[in-house]
Design a protein around this ligand. Structure first.
Ligand SMILES: Nc1ncnc2c1ncn2[C@@H]1O[C@H](COP(=O)(O)OP(=O)(O)OP(=O)(O)O)[C@@H](O)[C@H]1O
Length: 468
């Protein structure tokens, strides 16, 4: 059976063209020939258009009579590589010498064949060239796929909006800091847009073509911390059934975003610090260290300075990660952003659910007066729910934020509210309690979860459930 793939043979000697074609035609599906190197570019284009791209070219080195320098071969080799770097070129000459062969390979040829050839020798060289061409094509495909995946991973689902002076300042700092390779610490309450900020930094940086790798430190099981970040070798521990690449290595050349860093236990902080200081990691069970080239972006809704004072966070690690600090203001501190965000999410979810809704001016004012303890995340969920539940043409905000406006000045705490037990609906009570805990802890999910006796995962499930 013939191999799929196309070969082009270029030689000014018609006997060589016939002999090579007869031999190669027995093994390969498409064999083209030409005695004029000026035809090469046209043949490459035509074959590509007809979906039979040239994989391998056998190229003579000397075309003018009596020429033996090989210069012409090098010239055409360069032209071919410029036109299509995936084509593999085999150079042929009757005047072979070692230096010419070395120079040919240096210039990008895959091999060098002396004429006259032995058939077996030519077939072997062509087979190796084909395999090289397939590898190149595969690498090209994987590179394009990686590029596409990076684009998909790097693009957040929502725009990063803000017209308030506070957010303009944030955007300004992002722009300045992104251009450097400085480590950046993003702080702010839950839902203020820390992850969006990290994406924006990566996208505005010189690393934007590379991977943006995100790790939620709050969600990494304690015993898997090292494996998650640094990787492991097969058999390094009982469950290590195969090699695993760590997030540091996956982020190679790009940005590594460590979210919820405040939750990292002290012993892991030491390991993280050591990796950052040495710019090297060693997978568990591995003997070789891997050099790492990443821009580090960390985020937390914890107060890390206080955590240092409390002995929960290493000062040396804090100094290493906070070269630039970006603090995201809570939504209640920038209520002039609320109309912009409401309009954006109203438009987004109206399109998603095929509704045509507007918001009454009075309702917008109510939303601007609300304290939004869950910040923009709460606002986005609230608008989505309103879009789904509204019946008329106006967005029904009461169905969403319920007694939000009356909540503005209340504690939201069912224990403290006189009307705490106006309902015995457990879900409603749970929602109020979760909201109250968030408000009490100024949007800090970790602290609110702790106060409620919940894990962060359980807390997040409730935030999702109640759209907080
Ligand atoms: N400025 C903004 N413009 C538009 N959407 C925003 C903005 N800030 C946050 N959001 C939206 O709010 C939600 C939460 O944002 P994000 O995950 O970035 O917050 P976070 O501070 O990282 O939260 P957490 O601390 O809980 O992880 C996302 O859906 C995001 O798109």
């Amino acid at each position: 059976m013939k191999h799929t793939g196309s070969i082009l043979i270029v030689d000014d000697n018609p006997d060589i063209l016939i002999a090579a074609r007869l031999l190669l035609k027995q093994h390969y599906q498409s064999v083209k020939t030409t005695d004029n190197p000026f035809d090469i570019a046209g043949i490459i284009s035509k074959q590509r258009e007809s979906d039979q791209p040239i994989d391998v070219i056998l190229l003579d080195m000397n075309f003018s009579q009596d020429s033996i320098s090989g210069k012409e071969g090098f010239y055409w080799l360069k032209k071919i590589i410029e036109q299509d770097a995936n084509i593999v070129v085999l150079l042929m000459t009757a005047y072979s010498d070692i230096q010419l062969a070395v120079d040919a390979i240096k210039a990008g040829a895959s091999d060098f064949i002396a004429k006259p050839w032995q058939n077996e020798q030519l077939l072997g060289a062509v087979a190796a060239a084909f395999s090289h061409a397939k590898d190149k094509q595969q690498v090209g495909k994987l590179t394009r796929q990686k590029h596409g995946l990076n684009q998909a991973l790097n693009t957040p689902s929502f725009k990063f909006l803000g017209q308030s002076a506070a957010m303009q300042q944030v955007f300004n700092t992002i722009e300045k800091a992104a251009k450097t390779d400085a480590n950046i610490l993003i702080t702010g309450e839950s839902g203020t847009g820390k992850e969006l900020t990290a994406h924006a930094i990566h996208q505005a940086s010189m690393r934007s073509e590379h991977t943006f790798m995100s790790v939620d430190m709050g969600a990494v099981a304690q015993n898997l911390f090292e494996s998650e970040l640094f990787g492991h070798k097969k058999g390094a521990f009982t469950d290590a059934k195969a090699d695993r690449i760590g997030k540091f290595e996956l982020a190679q050349g790009g940005s590594l975003f460590l979210d919820e860093l405040g939750n990292l236990p002290l012993e892991h902080q030491a390991k993280l610090l050591s990796a950052l200081q040495n710019r090297q990691v060693t997978p568990i069970g591995g003997s070789k260290t891997i050099d790492i080239d990443i821009r580090l972006i960390c985020a937390t809704n914890d107060n890390l300075e206080q955590a240092v004072v409390d002995g929960r966070f290493r000062q040396d690690l804090l100094y290493r990660i906070n070269t630039v600090e970006i603090r995201l203001p809570a939504l209640r501190e920038r209520s002039d952003d609320i109309p912009l965000l409401v309009d954006y999410y109203l438009n987004h979810f109206s399109q998603k659910y095929k509704r045509d809704l507007t918001i009454a001016a009075g309702d917008m004012t109510s939303l601007c007066q609300y304290s939004w303890p869950g910040n923009v995340r709460e606002l986005a969920h609230a608008i989505e729910r309103a879009v789904i539940l509204s019946e008329g043409e106006n967005l029904d905000v009461s169905s969403v934020v319920g007694n939000t406006t009356s909540n503005v000045n209340s504690t939201n705490n069912p224990i403290e509210n006189n009307n705490a037990y106006d309902t015995f609906d457990l879900e409603a009570l749970e929602q109020r309690t979760v909201r109250a805990a968030l408000t009490h802890h100024q949007g800090n999910v970790s602290h609110a979860a702790k106060a409620l006796g919940l894990t962060r995962g359980a807390m997040y499930r409730r935030l999702e459930k109640y759209g907080l």
